[in-house]
Design a protein around this ligand. Structure first.
Ligand SMILES: [Zn+2]
Length: 141
């Protein structure tokens, strides 16, 4: 069993490489069925009756924490805004298509922005990838 700490530097932000702030760490929880008896690979694990969970802290700086908060806030605001605003510039004759286009454009734009900004996704964090490979699952899949 390899040590998950070996190939990651806890002192730098995983997403942008700036000095990490321990108070801003991004903690993700992964789950597995208890009867599978998965190992936490060195991370804090909670054994449950039906489901085990493992808690992985990804080092992060304050700027990235704020940015993630902003994106989480902006996406729903933009979607609502596009539903209300896009049909009007299109002349109102295809409001449904306008809404869909607005949502696709804006959500897609955010994803593109995240990609182009050169920051790394939390899902690419090596210990997390190893846990996924071992059969642990995120909360949404
Ligand atoms: Zn950062």
């Amino acid at each position: 069993m390899s040590d998950p700490m070996l190939d990651v530097d806890e002192t730098v932000c995983w997403q942008c490489g700036a000095p990490a702030n321990p108070a801003c760490a991004n903690t993700l929880t992964l789950y597995a069925k208890s009867r599978e008896h998965k190992e936490g690979q060195g991370y804090r694990m909670v054994r449950g009756r039906w489901q085990d969970s493992v808690h992985v802290s990804i080092p992060r700086c304050e700027a990235c924490r704020e940015r993630q908060r902003l994106v989480k806030f902006l996406v729903p605001v933009d979607v609502v805004g596009s539903v209300l605003g896009i049909p009007i510039p299109l002349g109102g004759w295809m409001p449904v298509v306008g809404c869909l286009l607005g949502i696709v454009t804006i959500v897609g734009g955010h994803i593109l922005y995240e990609r182009l900004s050169g920051r790394r996704w939390p899902d690419l964090y090596p210990p997390l990838k190893r846990l996924y490979k071992a059969g642990w699952r995120g909360a949404n899949n």
